[in-house]
Design a protein around this ligand. Structure first.
Ligand code: DON
Length: 338
């Protein structure tokens, strides 16, 4: 199983060279045009529904929709509701995985979490039983993300939380805060995640007290971000780990290709294959309605809209980002035909 992921990472690295050398950089006018057009094309699409297993997410206005590109030098091209603060949810996961890689080196993900796509829903307990070696499977599903939080090197729970929040804020280039009502709503109903944390602890694949990991993980998912923030976080990955606004190095350049490989294979959960087939970009989704995709070495495309499909991915956001990737011809394996 490990060899297929290694192959994928190698292809992604090769593709990085391909896109940066051969694809012409789109002009500012073209970037603004594709953003405007994608927003206009999908603003009336009403497929899907708000997440409801976290009760408060049903209250996010479903009509909100924003699309934004942030380039590796910090330029923004935006349309719609790009400044509305919503909960980051699973879009946080690769960024905490990056923190763990920075603290302990990239092999820690393979050794202590896993890097295999599951082909199963994001909250699958079955995956923990099926993957008897990895258990938590990869840092982008709930199990692996809770394990990643537990792996953050910290002297106390407060220190663990400050490191997680500080790191995600550094990726965004601006101080972020928790949406406390989202935290309360999720933490008081998170019985499935609590089962996952305890199961991992039972299998010695959780590395802190389970309830501490639960609290910090749930707070991480409740951080408020805008689509603009998500785009800047993605642009930091596109810029090989340096935030385009603050110029702060947030992660090692050498770790970026491996992180993007996990985003490419698992960023859309059980829709990751379909996503890579049609959009061709490493990306991460969240049940708050946010998605960020990365064009390595160039820019990030982010979108926000609360209505989700069955896999928990924002319908308008995924359509908008996929179209923009196709129109600009920036898929990592070469231009996608649609
Ligand atoms: O743990 C959860 O279920 C949520 N805090 C995050 C799930 C999520 O965003 C899945 N993404 N599409």
């Amino acid at each position: 199983m490990k060899s297929s992921t290694t192959l994928f990472a190698t292809l992604a690295v090769a593709a990085f060279g391909f896109t940066s050398v051969h694809a012409a950089d789109p002009s500012p006018k073209e970037l603004q045009r594709v953003v405007n057009e994608a927003h206009a094309r999908y603003k009336d699409l009403r497929d899907g529904k708000n997440a409801d297993y976290i009760p408060i997410l049903t209250k996010t206005p479903s009509e909100l929709f924003g699309v934004v590109i942030a380039t590796k030098d910090g330029k923004i091209y935006a349309a719609g509701d790009v400044d509305y603060k919503f909960s980051i949810q699973s879009v946080s996961k690769p960024f905490t995985a990056a923190l763990v890689m920075t603290q302990q080196g990239p092999t820690v993900l393979e050794e202590k979490i896993g890097v295999e796509p599951t082909g199963l829903p994001f909250n699958s307990r079955l995956a923990i039983e099926l993957y008897k070696e990895e258990r938590s499977v990869n840092p982008l599903v709930n199990a692996g993300a809770i394990a990643a939080v537990s792996l953050v090197q910290a002297s106390s729970e407060a220190d663990r939380w400050n490191k997680v929040l500080g790191n995600i804020s550094d990726f965004a280039g601006t101080p972020l805060t928790v949406l406390e009502d989202v935290y309360e709503s999720e933490y008081t109903t998170a019985f499935g995640n609590r089962a996952i944390a305890n199961l991992l602890y039972n299998y010695e694949r959780l590395y802190s007290d389970p309830e501490e990991a639960m609290r910090v993980y749930t707070r991480q998912c409740s951080i408020g971000v805008s689509a603009r923030d998500l785009a800047m976080m993605g642009a930091t990955l596109a810029n090989l780990g340096v935030n385009p606004l603050t110029r702060k190095r947030v992660m090692n350049a050498n770790d970026v290709p491996e992180l993007l490989a996990v985003m490419a294979t698992a960023g859309f959960y059980d829709e990751s294959g379909e996503w890579m087939y049609t959009a061709g970009l490493p990306a991460k989704t969240g049940v708050g309605g946010g998605i960020v995709a990365v064009v390595p070495g160039k820019f990030a495309i982010a979108a926000f809209s609360p209505r989700l499909n069955e896999a928990g991915n924002s319908v308008r956001s995924l359509n908008a980002i996929r179209d923009i990737a196709g129109e600009l011809g920036v898929g990592v394996f070469g231009p996608n035909p649609r």
